[in-house]
Design a protein around this ligand. Structure first.
Ligand code: SF4
Length: 229
């Protein structure tokens, strides 16, 4: 198990303004806003490399003795492969500030929330490149509950949390409904895959500011593309 107590992230006003949904903020004093947020952000991560020791349909068996149930992991991972399980967070400071601000200014609170999204994105990008270096290749990101939740269910958070125990190392806990607290946290599996996987490709949601790839229809397991056409 590895813990990064202070994930090194750079927060840049110009880059933030390129972030989905915030272009309308051009002209506001973003540098000052980011400087204030910086003091409230505590980016931390915990991760563990595990080996896939068996794949039975949508059930992926790990060398820790745990099983992850997911159609997409079952279809894209390979027997014997090393993958990283992770949880990353920016802590609860900014979230608390944003909810206090909401009483006086919804816009101000929304801006703080967006800086939080940007900081979390930067922290997960750092972790992703760290893992890519260790696994010697580009990785796909699989997050429980992402998209429609049908390919990797939100309930699988429980397995990740059993293995990583992030409440102890980085202060992230799970509600009975499998939501993470602090809310500005991400979890999942990072794995080198033959085909790049982005959950947005299989998510029909309209008007999502965070979409990374256009919707391409239902997900079909590797080798089934002919049937999909
Ligand atoms: S389109 Fe939006 S909701 Fe759907 S997976 Fe992508 S980021 Fe998530």
């Amino acid at each position: 198990m590895e813990v990064i107590d202070r994930v090194p992230i750079e927060l840049d006003a110009g880059e933030f303004l390129q972030f989905p949904g915030v272009r309308s903020l051009k002209g506001q004093d973003i540098s000052q806003l980011i400087e204030k947020c910086r003091q409230l952000i505590e980016p931390k991560a915990v991760f563990k490399f595990v080996k896939v020791v068996g794949i039975y349909g949508d059930e992926v068996h790990l060398d820790t003795g745990h099983k992850l149930r997911s159609v997409v992991l079952g279809g894209m991972l390979e027997h014997g492969q090393k993958v990283a399980l992770y949880v990353v967070t920016i802590g609860s400071g900014l979230e608390r500030k944003a909810s206090k601000e909401a009483k006086d200014s919804i816009l101000r609170s929304w801006m703080l929330d967006k800086v939080g999204d940007y900081a979390l994105d930067e922290a997960s990008a750092y972790l992703k490149s760290y893992v890519e270096e260790a696994l010697n290749g580009g990785v796909s990101v699989f997050s429980p509950g992402s998209g429609t939740g049908k390919l990797f269910g939100i309930d699988q958070q429980k397995v990740l949390f059993q293995i990583l125990n992030p409440s102890e190392s980085i202060g992230v806990s799970l509600t009975p409904g499998c939501m993470m607290v602090p809310r500005k946290s991400l979890s999942g599996v990072l794995a080198v895959t033959r085909r790049d996987y982005v959950a947005c490709q299989y998510c029909p949601r309209e008007r999502c500011d965070n979409r990374r790839k256009p919707f391409s229809g239902e997900h079909y397991p590797l080798g089934c593309e002919a049937e999909a056409d």
